[in-house]
Design a protein around this ligand. Structure first.
Ligand SMILES: [Zn+2]
Length: 433
């Protein structure tokens, strides 16, 4: 048809030099191919036609198990046929693949063909998704919002051929944006409703879920005391009040071979969390406010308050006053880990003395035996580095050579793609100190 039209129409032939005309005609070249235009060599203006970019169309069809409601388009094949004829009526569109979920509900997106479609979308092969009606894709408004949002992000158009929902057109995009605004609005409403609900529960003294605190078990969404664990909680608080140290509590539990739910020794940080958890006094904390709970307390408020006082005192006492000059800048020569600031307290002649160190973080992570360097005195290390910096700063020759070396290294690392930010590894800490 196309061939005859162009070939016999005088005006059309005349129009080959007219770009507008050609571009209009170009869209129908697909059908011209079969009439041999391209095989005979392209007329002027048609030479790029082989490169015409086709849009890949994914067809999605679905019928649910309830066939009564699907009378109008009772089979996937019927839907597919209608969508295919729609695609054929468009220019430069081609069917990429047909995804068919026969006998699946549209209430959720757990459908094999739909999942397969999502997989293919990730490969960026598909430009347009077509379905017979929106409800073929999903019946859930929430899923629909999410899908439309996902399509928008992936720059994929969605067309429902019977409802004229078409995001490849400006009016379709407008509609999509309105839908997305509503989706956002609903999400915000939902989270507000959830917040209100949680606050309401907290005010009533009900536990709001999450990880069940050690000492309790979950029963009908409520906290119920676990006798065995509650005894451990009591002894943790008691030991802490007696000794004033989390480390002592740790030692006590280890000595008695008391373990947590996973059968591990209580870590110091877990013990600290327990000692600060107000739930044990029978209260509920929500959004930084405290409410009277309906669950049984394990320890008294009095004990809890004393524990908090000790904790506050300790924080003040243990603040690191020293300004570490090279924190995070020095690496351990032995194992390559960073040297991080730390300190220890020692009694000397009835006076508490504090010693500052740079400690190899490998030791922190893997234990005392993991690295032979362990600690380096902060004062000695800093003195050593400062002295050397001073010496270097006066050595013009050294600086020039060093800058040259660094620049070369930098360039070679950049060009080989190995460049990463590094800390200064200039000083050989272990050998000199
Ligand atoms: Zn080390």
């Amino acid at each position: 048809m196309c061939y005859n039209e162009i070939a016999t129409n005088q005006e059309a032939r005349f129009g080959y030099n007219n770009k507008n005309y050609i571009s209009k005609r170009a869209t129908s070249v697909q059908s011209c191919v079969s009439y041999g235009w391209l095989q005979q060599g392209c007329p002027f203006g048609f030479k790029n036609m082989n490169k015409t970019k086709f849009k890949n169309c994914a067809i999605y069809t679905r019928v649910s198990t309830d066939m009564q409601t699907e009378k109008e388009f009772s089979s996937c094949e019927a839907q597919e046929e209608k969508i295919k004829s729609f695609i054929a009526s468009q220019n430069n569109w081609q069917v990429f693949k047909v995804y068919s979920d026969a006998g699946y509900s549209g209430a959720n997106i757990n459908r094999p063909a739909l999942q397969e479609l999502f997989q293919d979308l990730k490969k960026e092969k598909i430009d347009i998704i077509l379905s017979y009606k929106i409800d073929r894709l999903t019946r859930s408004p929430k899923d629909f919002y999410q899908l439309i949002e996902f399509f928008e992000q992936s720059k994929i158009d969605f067309i429902s051929i019977t409802e004229r929902f078409d995001t490849s057109t400006p009016s379709g995009r407008l509609l999509r944006n309105i839908i997305l605004t509503f989706a956002q609005f609903e999400r915000e409403l939902t989270s507000e409703r959830t917040r209100d609900k949680l606050l309401e529960r907290a005010k009533k003294g009900m536990w709001n879920g999450g990880r069940v605190p050690f000492g309790y078990i979950r029963k009908n969404k409520k906290l119920v005391t676990n006798k065995k664990e509650a005894e451990i909680i009591k002894s943790i608080f008691e030991t802490y009040l007696e000794t004033g140290f989390i480390g002592k509590v740790y030692d006590f539990l280890k000595e008695k071979d008391i373990k947590d739910r996973q059968g591990k020794i209580f870590s110091a940080s877990f013990l600290a969390r327990i000692l600060r958890n107000i739930t044990y006094t029978g209260k509920i904390k929500y959004a930084n406010k405290i409410y009277q709970g309906i669950h049984q307390p394990i320890i008294s408020e009095e004990i809890f308050n004393i524990a908090q006082k000790i904790h506050k005192k300790r924080i003040r006492k243990f603040r690191v006053y020293k300004n570490f000059l090279f924190g995070g800048l020095v690496n351990c020569k032995n194992c390559g880990y960073k040297m991080s600031p730390c300190f220890t307290n020692k009694w000397k002649q009835r006076k508490l003395k504090r010693y500052y160190y740079y400690r190899c973080t490998c030791v922190n992570k893997k234990g005392w035996q993991a690295c032979s360097v362990k600690n380096v005195s902060a004062n000695r290390l800093e003195k050593y580095i400062l002295e050397n910096l001073e010496r270097i700063s006066l050595d013009k020759n050294y600086i020039e050579n060093f800058v040259f070396l660094l620049n070369n290294q930098f360039v070679s690392e950049i060009t080989s793609g190995r460049y990463r930010t590094r800390t200064c590894g200039l000083f050989n800490v272990t050998e000199t100190l």
